[in-house]
Structures are given as structure tokens and as C-alpha cells.
Design a protein around this ligand. Structure first.
Ligand code: 1YM
Length: 693
């Protein structure tokens, strides 16, 4: 996708449009939201420009650094943003890139940037929303620098040094503005990591390096400080919580470096993403915690009707499907035309192949798309001139030409591939036939039970102690581990709004069970009927009978295991429940502390220590460690875990995770591969504070 010298951007080609005031007034219009998601979006806007430079063939490395003060530096080794004078404005081009809002800078329309030579669109938005920003460009043997505050220039473009003529590139550092990002200013390494890894997969050959200069401790302090500031509602100053260099010897001063040599914990996190195989490697990554059915990743690519198409896929021996779609490197979780084209192509091509090779007979039913896609991991990536993002959240590709292009490229190349690789073709067809049979058998069984239900009246599960209020927005259901805790919970609850569903022992691991078999499991059926929503394609959130679904298990390893099994079931059968924020984890206390007839509960070791410190170390202190919910009587269970006024609930959140990451997390935790699970637990155990999947 290289460009000739002739159509390179000159300073005068940039259109000057409107000022950045509009961006500060209505940031949501440009970056979607000013929540944590918007904060992270700033990084992607700048990285996009570097990736465009890579796609144009001029850059192969991008560095992203999170600094101790939560400012970000992004740098690349491309040509450097042009610094020559723009004839229309009489100002340097770089100034225009960073201070003038460009056409189509609206959220969701960022796609045209890729390979269209129109990039730099988002940079001015990032500048407008940053307390300060600095850009350094190495170009024409010189090092140039300009600085800004809240989108306004604070220093003219100046040459600050010289460099080798071959040494070129752009470096942007910005500090997001606290006046705009009121929710949080703290960057999450893992959120950036996921997106940057994705960008690297989508841009084969590009090396992206992500570095976090903050230590764990420093991040914890930042979080505490931000919480305290929010609580006091005003600028809060706490010497202990402040980590500016002067006050805290552990921060980035030279002393910190010395302490590093002492072997103390001054760890800097760094991740390098570099995939010569591009989306083929993305598919291998999706299947990394699963067992692939065949060795090779199937790959198709081509250009048709000006749509550039890349598709890669591989089946695993599981039952769920994960297909991630991108248009101009932007994730389209709601699919769209490219996905439709892909589904058409594989359904048609596999059926044609199976018929032609007598794997299924002429008079037998054709394989359904869902049969062929059972256990499929796929990536679809299209690049298109004027992407239309549709749907409520603008996350669905609307361009009809993408459907035709993907369909024809995949059909043609897959037909050829299957002919060349009959063993792989047979394996996939056989898996699809098994899926088809299971689906048919389940349908017959379901028809039978439906008839039975109509005759017998159906109804709610017997074990459910339902609440009396019929307004779902006021109701919650506790899924409780074990009959005895279930008993206490039933006694403790507020009958009007709290329902209790006790589950016996461990629930089924749906990750390792055919979906049709899972539906034969009694606990699973009870939950489905109690929730009222139905599952999979028939899921309907409007029918949800409770606003909150609360998993209440013991605060130990077994309890965590049961909670994970339940979450896996929810995610595989009714993911919208989690996505829409209806799923919670109850937090039973770990300790009860008694002194002179007064009682405290502690939910962590830290809390236990601070309570003891507060009440004074004393022989009269009685500390009891709760081993399970069963050890609490109804009153204690109510007081510590169920009372909406006092309890702590963790909401299960996947807002900033991609579908791919969540899928991998569940297959890692619950699948049949042991090694990825061991690795996952080792890396995450230390940091597991909050359940964020
Ligand atoms: C760390 C962020 O922005 N890199 C970057 C941006 C540009 C170029 C190179 C570039 C593009 C072109 C010609 C061209 C941009 N240029 C412009 C504009 N990294 C980062 N690297 N020369 C250099 O598109 O033809 C906007 S972005 F408009 F000035 F050309």
C-alpha cells in the first residue's frame, strides 16, 4: 500500500475547518464518552496515525508509554508529520494537524483514516482534551518541537536540534485534562494492551511496544487518591497519597533507580506485539487455550470492488464460536455486511463440498451455518473507502459492497483450499454433521417437553423461593451455593424483592459440554426458567425477571470455582446478561471481630488490620475467620452480605474487554488445556482484586 512521492501530503493540502472549542464543549460527540473508555480512546487516536503511517509503508515500530503522572507518549519511526508552511493558513502543517478540527472528526467515523491519506483527523481532538501536549518531529535532519495547552498553541514550532537524515519520526506526549475526564484519569495497562495487541495483529509486521513506568504500588496510590478526591468532591491533598517526585522518594527519582539495583520492586511492565503472520496469528491466539481440530489456519485475501479483504479461521474441538470483525482496523462487534458475506460463503462452500464429495447425500438436509461454525475461531478484516457504521452504537458495518467482496473472495479461495486439503475438509464437515445431529435431537426433545409443559402447566423451578413483587426493576435473585446456605438466605431475605435459588454442589462446566447436553442439567434449567429470558438467539432481556442476578458463594477457592462456572454458563448462553450489567458477585465477609459486645466485619486482610488498629490491640478482641456462608446464621448473612443498605456487591464488568479477550479468559479458565490455565492463574493471582473479565 505504498504511495508515490507525488501524492504525498504537502502542508497546503490540509483543509482548515473549525476550532477546537466545540470539542471541549461536547467531547462525547468526538470520542463517544468521557469515561475511562474515552480516556483510553485518546491513545488509540494518536496510535492510529502511527499505524496509518505503517500501512503507508513508512514506519515499522510504534512505542506507547504510560508515564507516572498518567500522561502518555506515542512515538513512531515514520516520515514525521510535515512541518512546512501551509499556503492557505500561512502556518506550519503540523500546527494545522494538531489545532484544527478536521471534517468527519466525529466518533465512529474514524475509519476513513486508514490508507485513505486523510489521517491526522483525531490528533486535534486529543489535543483539545489534553491539559498539555508536546509534539516532537524528526524530519529533514532536524528536530522540531511544538507545545499546546487544551488545544491552544503555547510555543511556536521551533527547531531544537539536528539529527541524521535517516532518523525520522513523530513523538506525541499528552496529559488528559481532568476538567474533561472527571470519572478517572488513570490508564489501565491491560485495556491498552488488548487494543494494541489487536492493532498489531491487524497490521502484520508492525512492532508495537507498550511500557508502563508506574509500579503496582504507584497505581494503587493513584487509585486511592482519585477515590479520596471523588469522595471529598474537591481537590484533595494527602501527602501520603501524593506521588509527585519531590514528596515520594520511591517514585522516578534517582533514588528509585538505586533501590531498583537493591532488588526492590521497581518493576516496569513492558509488552511487545509483533506478528509477521498478522490475522493468522490472531486466530492462533484465539485458539491458544483450546484444542485446534487441524494444524493450519485457513487464510483468504484479495481486493474486490475497492474492498480489501482478509479472512483467517480455524476450528477447535469446543462448541462456541468466536468471530471478530474489523473494518479499517475498527472492531465491529455487531457484525454487518462483512460478517454476512463470510457466513454466506462458508455455509455455501462447505455444503457444496460435502455434497460433491458424498459426505452428505443429495437427499439429506444441508448443514446449517451454525453447524459449520461450531468451534470456529475467525477474524474478518476489511479495508474500505467510505465505511458506514450503523446501528444504535455504530458498531455494525453497513457497506453492501463489503458483503459481496468477502463472499466472493472467501468462496473462491476456500473452494480451492478444500480441494487441496481433503483431510481438513473432511474433519470440518464431520464436526458440522455431529453438531447438526445434536441440534436435531435437541429440537425433538424440546418439542416434546414444550408439549409436556403446555399440558402440565410448566412453571418456575421448585427450589426457587421467589419474591412477591412482580416489578423486575425492584427484584433480585441470589444464586446460592449449597442447600444449607440457601436455607439461611431464605430466612434472611426480604421476601418482597429478594428471590433465592439454591444450587446443589458444583454446577456443570458448559465449556466442556455439548450445549444440548447442558440443557439437560437440572441446575442450568432452573436458572434459565427463573431468569425468564430464554437463551442464545431466543434471549430477550425484556423478559428478565430480576434486575440483579447475584452469585453468592463461599469466599474460598471452591466458592470462586463455582462463581466462575456460573459466569461461564451466563457468558456462553446469555452474554447480554453480563454485557448489560445484571450480574453481580456478593461479597461475604472474611472475618468477624468482636470487642465488648460490639461487632465489626472485615472483607479483606487489610480491612481486618485497620479495624484492629482502630479498636486497639487487646486481649478482649475476638476474631473469627468465616470459612463459608454456612457458618453465618440468617441474621449475620443478612447484615453482612444481603442487606442492600450495607452489603458490597461486585458488578461483573466487561465494558472495556473485547469479545476475544473474554472468550479467551473463559476457555482458559474452564477449557481442557491445563498449561494456559496455570499461566493465567500465575500472572493474575497476585493482582486479582476486582473481577473484571
Ligand atoms: C505518534 C503519532 O502521527 N505519525 C505520522 C503522522 C503523519 C505522517 C507521518 C505523514 C503523513 C503524510 C506525509 C501523508 C501525518 N501527517 C499528516 C499531515 N504519529 C504520527 N507520521 N508525511 C507525514 O499522509 O502524506 C497528518 S498525520 F496531514 F500533515 F500530512
Amino acid at each position: 500500500m505504498g504511495k508515490s512521492k507525488k501524492d504525498e501530503y504537502g502542508g497546503d493540502q490540509i483543509q482548515v475547518l473549525e476550532g477546537l472549542e466545540a470539542v471541549r464543549k461536547r467531547p462525547g460527540m468526538y470520542i463517544g464518552t468521557t469515561s475511562s473508555r474515552g480516556l483510553h480512546h485518546l491513545v488509540y487516536e494518536i496510535v492510529d496515525n502511527a499505524v496509518d503511517e505503517a500501512l503507508a509503508g513508512y514506519c515499522d515500530t510504534v512505542h506507547v508509554t504510560i508515564h507516572k503522572d498518567n500522561s502518555i507518549t506515542v512515538s513512531d519511526n515514520g516520515r514525521g508529520v510535515p512541518v512546512d508552511i501551509n499556503h492557505k493558513t500561512g502556518r506550519p502543517a503540523i500546527e494545522v494537524v494538531y489545532t484544527v478540527l478536521h471534517a468527519g472528526g466525529k466518533f465512529g467515523g474514524g475509519g476513513y483514516k486508514v490508507s485513505g491519506g486523510l489521517h491526522g483527523v483525531g490528533a486535534s481532538v486529543v489535543n483539545a482534551l489534553s491539559e498539555n501536549m508536546e509534539v516532537i518531529v524528526k524530519r529533514d535532519s532536524r528536530i522540531h518541537k511544538q507545545t499546546y495547552e487544551r488545544g491552544k498553541i503555547t510555543s511556536d514550532l521551533t527547531v531544537i536540534g539536528e539529527c541524521d537524515p535517516d532518523d525520522t519520526g513523530t513523538q506525541v506526549t499528552f496529559l488528559p485534562d481532568g476538567e474533561i475526564f472527571k470519572e478517572t484519569l488513570i490508564y489501565d495497562f491491560d485495556v491498552l494492551k488488548t487494543r494494541l495487541r489487536e492493532m498489531a495483529f491487524l497490521t502484520k509486521g508492525l512492532k508495537i511496544i507498550l511500557t508502563d513506568e508506574r509500579t503496582r504500588e504507584e497505581i494503587d496510590i493513584l487509585i486511592k487518591k482519585e477515590k479520596a478526591e471523588k469522595a471529598s468532591g474537591e481537590e484533595f491533598y494527602d501527602e501520603e497519597a501524593d506521588i509527585t517526585e519531590d514528596d515520594n522518594p520511591d517514585s522516578s527519582t534517582s533514588e528509585a533507580e538505586e533501590s531498583d539495583e537493591d532488588g526492590s520492586e521497581e518493576k516496569i511492565r513492558e509488552e511487545i506485539f509483533h506478528y509477521e503472520g498478522g490475522i493468522k496469528e490472531f486466530v492462533e491466539y484465539l485458539n491458544s487455550s483450546k484444542s485446534p481440530l487441524y494444524n493450519e489456519v485457513i487464510y483468504c485475501e484479495g481486493i474486490k470492488d475497492k474492498v480489501s479483504v482478509e479472512v483467517a479461521f480455524q476450528h477447535n474441538d469446543g462448541y462456541s464460536e468466536i468471530t471478530e470483525c474489523f473494518a479499517n482496523n475498527i472492531n465491529t462487534p455487531d457484525g454487518g455486511m462483512h460478517l454476512t458475506g463470510f457466513k454466506n460463503a462458508i455455509t455455501k462452500t462447505f455444503n457444496d463440498y460435502a455434497k460433491k464429495n458424498k459426505i452428505i447425500k443429495e437427499n439429506e438436509t444441508a448443514l446449517a451455518g451454525e453447524d459449520i461454525r461450531e468451534g470456529l475461531a475467525a477474524i474478518i478484516s476489511v479495508k474500505i473507502e467510505n465505511p458506514q457504521f450503523e446501528g444504535q452504537t455504530k458498531q455494525k458495518l453497513g457497506n453492501a459492497e463489503a458483503r459481496g467482496a468477502v463472499d466472493s473472495i472467501v468462496s473462491e479461495q476456500l473452494t480451492y483450499y478444500l480441494e487441496q486439503n481433503p483431510a481438513v475438509a473432511k474433519t470440518i464437515c464431520e464436526k458440522a454433521i455431529l453438531a447438526q445431529r445434536a441440534r436435531e435431537a435437541a429440537r425433538k426433545a424440546r418439542d416434546l417437553t414444550r408439549r409436556k409443559n403446555v399440558l402440565e402447566g410448566g412453571g418456575l423451578p421448585g427450589k426457587l423461593a421467589d419474591c412477591s413483587d412482580k416489578d423486575p426493576s425492584k427484584c433480585e435473585i441470589f444464586i446460592v451455593e449449597g442447600d444449607s446456605a440457601g436455607g439461611s438466605a431464605k430466612k434472611a431475605r426480604t421476601r418482597t424483592t429478594q428471590a433465592i435459588l439454591p444450587l446443589r454442589g458444583k454446577i456443570l462446566n458448559v465449556e466442556k459440554t455439548r450445549p444440548e447436553r447442558a440443557l439437560e442439567n437440572e441446575e442450568i434449567r432452573s436458572m434459565i426458567t427463573a431468569f425468564g429470558t430464554g437463551i442464545h438467539d431466543e434471549f430477550n432481556i425484556e423478559k428478565l425477571r430480576y434486575d440483579k442476578i447475584i452469585i453468592m458463594t463461599d469466599a474460598d477457592v471452591d466458592g470462586a470455582h463455582i462463581a466462575t462456572l456460573l459466569l461461564t454458563f451466563f457468558y456462553r448462553f446469555m452474554p447480554e446478561l453480563i454485557r448489560e450489567g445484571h450480574v453481580y458477585l456478593a461479597q461475604p465477609p472474611l472475618f468477624k471481630i468482636e470487642k465488648n459486645k460490639k461487632v465489626w466485619y472485615a472483607y479483606s486482610d487489610d480491612e481486618l488490620n485497620s479495624i484492629i488498629e482502630e479498636i486497639g490491640r487487646d486481649q478482649n478482641n475476638k476474631v473469627q475467620r468465616y470459612k463459608g456462608l454456612g457458618e453465618m446464621d440468617a441474621e449475620q448473612l443478612w447484615e453482612t452480605t444481603m442487606d442492600p443498605e450495607k452489603r458490597i456487591l461486585l458488578r461483573v464488568d466487561m465494558e472495556q474487554s473485547t469479545e476475544a479477550e473474554v472468550d479467551i479468559t473463559f476457555s482458559t479458565l474452564m477449557g481442557d488445556q491445563v498449561e494456559p490455565r496455570r499461566e493465567f492463574i500465575e500472572t493474575n493471582a497476585k493482582y486479582a482484586k476486582n473481577l473484571d473479565i
